[in-house]
Write a protein that binds this ligand. Structure first.
Ligand SMILES: Cc1cc2nc3c(=O)[nH]c(=O)nc-3n(C[C@H](O)[C@H](O)[C@H](O)COP(=O)(O)OP(=O)(O)OC[C@H]3O[C@@H](n4cnc5c(N)ncnc54)[C@H](O)[C@@H]3O)c2cc1C
Length: 567
């Protein structure tokens, strides 16, 4: 018998409760409020009555919010000129900056802060706190907030227009059978749907395919950020101090960098981004981050301190040429889900807010005109492409693609941005999807078994450096254990066959949360893949980096995943 689902009707639905969607919902609510205040009483014009809802898969708004983060405040100021007075959870304004190139034990301080990394006037924030705060402002405006509800299916009308999403069922066991607490997901219908799912959004991916939104674009490329927040002895890093690093522990063929951002209350945010176009099949981004913390520059900051929180997430870094078409019948894409990110500046929060606001403005105009057609929604894209934020990403349009070609071309690109207005060898450098860059183990290391030193293995001391299981504990990640696994491995034969032979199952390394474990039966030598899905921190690295594209990440039962509060 077909499942009976509740139908919830709204005018505007926001899928994903990150800063992009929340800014969009807040701006739209403000625009509607301002419009209604001007409607004369008793006249022919009527007030707009707009129902809005935001769906967030995390248990609370902010629970899946993770970032560095140094925020360029321009767009937030535009949205809310009095954001400081309103109590935005700012850790501190950036007061002190330095950039280092790290060798294994040494450091070279850059005499200047290169302009793209200049954070003067920016703020150190915690994304989890910022999202939590913003959600409260949105709720005060009468927007319905649904935390713990993931959008799992796209809903279309008979013409193929998106008319909303279906939320996930709750109470389904690991075999797909209904449990006693079974609750079917609802169909949330909307006149327009704003997708702000963040990096590598699961529904966004389907929309991109269905509407060919990436036609003629570069493939999306990602970095994975692995980070920890520490409480440290007083006086070592002041709130608002920003330290950016390049070099160790990443080898010259792997792009990425580290950061230390000073927060309030003697806390620091420490992390490392690793570009997922890396070629080394034995690389482990979590392990590289542990090495980073053991470097004297970083260990001297955190020694004697204590780990407070851990998290990881991908960031879309492929830039201007990989921004998909941003609208389609029934909806628009905003924020990281639309690859709106400046990889040279390592900034996405400003673009997320800006895109959310412009989407709101376009939708508001459409609501007033009673026209939410695709051609009306196209105004959002036109407006966004005219913004300073997007013009900035155009100026650095080849940065990531040049870095993929090695450090020399990458650094040339960095300089070329300024000299040739973003042109590096060509106006547009192409790229492959990240999973296509991985080399076979034999190609990278030769046919003899590589030594632990060659791989770069290390031992974790449990004081400064931790294994993945310990770190996951500090992310607060949990999932209902008796539910279908949300990491869909399409073909296990590939895992035990070609993937084991060529790449030694890189999922056990690239996942920063120890979700993938390859167990070997001692007697028979037979391998079996164990999926510790409850550990998953929703970073999406597996969906991006599996060399055979054999893993599909889909949202688990709502409310599962990390429980971030300060990262
Ligand atoms: C380690 C790291 C460091 C960074 N440093 C900086 C920095 O210093 N400065 C800067 O400006 N930017 C930085 N960024 C990028 C910045 O965090 C993002 O650009 C920004 O958070 C994007 O906001 P968003 O709302 O688009 O996406 P997100 O913040 O990812 O929010 C998306 C939300 O949607 C939810 N969601 C996803 N799918 C669904 C679904 N199907 N149903 C319901 N909910 C769903 C998610 O749980 C999440 O809460 C960094 C990112 C990382 C990972």
């Amino acid at each position: 018998m077909a499942v009976q689902r509740d139908i919830i009707e709204v005018d505007v639905l926001f899928v994903g409760g990150g800063i992009a969607s929340l800014s969009s919902a807040l701006h739209l609510a403000n625009l509607v409020e301002a419009y209604n205040e001007k409607v004369p009483v008793g006249g022919a014009e009527t007030k707009l009555e707009i129902e809005m809802a935001v769906l967030e898969k995390g248990a609370t708004f902010g629970a899946h919010g993770i970032s560095g983060a140094v925020m360029a405040p321009g767009p937030l100021k535009e949205l809310m000129p009095d954001f400081v007075e309103k109590g935005a959870p700012l850790e501190a304004e950036v007061t002190k900056e330095s950039v280092y190139f790290l060798t294994k034990t040494g450091k070279i301080k850059s005499p200047i802060v290169p302009p793209p990394l200049n954070n003067h006037g920016n703020y150190v924030v915690s994304m989890a706190k910022l999202n939590q705060w913003m959600s409260e402002l949105v709720e005060e405006k009468g927007v319905m907030l649904f935390a713990g509800f993931a959008g799992v299916e796209l809903l279309y009308d008979e013409e193929g227009t998106v008319i909303g999403v279906q939320t996930g069922d709750a109470g389904v066991d690991s075999k797909g059978e209904k449990k006693s607490n079974y609750e079917p997901g609802a169909d949330v219908h909307a006149r327009v749907t704003v997708f702000g799912e963040g990096s590598r959004g699961s529904l966004t991916k389907q929309l991109i395919t269905k509407f060919g939104l990436d036609k003629g674009k570069n493939p999306a490329g990602f970095e994975v950020g692995v980070k920890e927040v520490w409480e440290i002895p007083a006086g070592r890093v002041q709130p608002g101090e920003v330290i950016e690093t390049m070099g160790y522990p990443l080898k010259t063929d792997t792009f990425g960098g580290g950061f230390v951002y000073g927060m309030k209350d003697n806390m620091v945010s420490i992390g490392q981004l690793v570009s997922l176009d890396y070629s080394d099949p034995l690389l482990d981004p979590h392990r590289e981050f542990q090495k980073y913390k053991a470097h004297p520059l970083i260990s001297s900051i955190i020694e004697g301190g204590k780990l407070v929180q851990y998290g990881a997430k991908t960031v879309p870094v492929s830039g201007y040429f990989s921004i998909p078409k941003l609208y389609f019948p029934g909806g628009v894409l905003v924020g990281d889900g639309a690859n709106l990110f400046n990889s040279m500046k390592i900034k996405g929060i400003d673009l997320a807010i800006k895109s959310g606001m412009l989407a709101a403005q376009t939708i508001f105009n459409g609501l007033v005109k009673n026209d939410l057609s695709e051609s009306l929604l196209a105004n959002y894209s036109r407006a966004l492409l005219q913004t300073d934020e997007i013009k900035e990403t155009k100026k650095v349009r080849n940065f990531h693609q040049a870095m993929t070609r090695g450090l020399v071309l990458g650094m040339t690109a960095a300089v070329g941005q300024f000299l040739f207005k973003g042109r590096v060898l060509a106006d547009r450098l192409g790229a492959h999807p990240d999973h296509g860059y991985m080399k076979k183990v034999a190609e990278k290391y030769g046919t003899a078994k590589p030594s632990p030193e060659a791989i770069g293995d290390m031992k974790y001391d449990g004081k400064l450096t931790f294994d993945k299981e310990t770190d996951v504990y500090y992310s607060g990640a949990t999932h209902e254990e008796n539910q279908p696994c949300h990491l869909r491995v399409k073909d296990l034969d590939i895992c035990y066959g070609k993937c084991a032979e060529y790449y030694q199952n890189p999922c056990v390394r690239f996942c920063p949360a120890a979700v993938y474990e390859m167990e070997v039966d001692e007697a028979t030598g037979k391998k079996s893949l164990k999926l510790n899905f409850s550990n998953c921190v929703h970073c999406k690295t597996c969906d991006v980096k599996d060399p055979f594209e054999n893993i599909q990440w889909v949202p688990p039962e709502g409310g599962g995943g990390p429980k971030y509060t300060v990262v």
